[in-house]
Design a protein around this ligand. Structure first.
Ligand SMILES: [Zn+2]
Ligand SMILES: [Zn+2]
Length: 175
């Protein structure tokens, strides 16, 4: 199957994700529309943060395109099972919230759906709102201490203290 009208910047995202699917294309549209919207008011020293409310294929496109990643701590997953995506700028929290409209998918087939998502106007696809949100503190480096049971170093904020000892979470659960 071929999609001659595919935007060329979609290919590296497909390579990253491993396959082409409607979810990935949806994430592509979220990142495009969202970044466009807030880059207009972006200043040099602000950092982009992405908040996703599901863990579908869409979030891979968003990580790839925004550069917000789980490892850097500027990619936040809220397990709400909703196609809602917020992009915001640190430190002030000015951003945009995109929520997939409920009745957009008229197409049943996978390929048709992909084409539909790519061709729809972003305002037909999403409810787009400018928002101002409270952002969590930037990720900090914490010291590690060895677990009293397994001896493996554990970030101090994740140690559980009991009877003068401190345990990693898996060891504590086995006590
Ligand atoms: Zn996928
Ligand atoms: Zn342990």
């Amino acid at each position: 199957m071929s999609y001659p009208e595919f935007p060329p910047d979609l290919q590296p995202i497909i390579d990253f994700h491993g396959h082409l699917c409607p979810g990935l294309v949806l994430g592509y549209r979220v990142a495009k529309a969202g970044m466009q919207r807030i880059h207009a008011m972006r200043s040099e020293d602000e950092e982009l943060v992405a908040i996703v409310e599901n863990n579908s294929c869409a979030v891979d496109a968003i990580q790839f395109m925004t550069g917000c990643t789980f490892g850097k701590g500027n990619f936040l997953f809220r397990d709400f099972g909703k196609h809602v995506y917020t992009l915001a700028l640190r430190p002030r929290g000015r951003g945009v919230r995109l929520s997939l409209k409920g009745d957009v998918f008229r197409e049943e087939g996978r390929d048709e759906r992909i084409e539909q998502i790519l061709s729809m106007d972003e305002h037909e696809l999403f409810d787009i709102q400018d928002v101002s949100i409270e952002l969590p503190q930037q990720a900090r480096i914490h010291n590690s201490e060895p677990c009293s049971k397994c001896g493996e170093p554990v970030m101090e904020t994740r140690l559980i203290k009991k009877d003068g000892k401190h345990y990693c979470i898996p060891c504590f659960n086995e006590l």
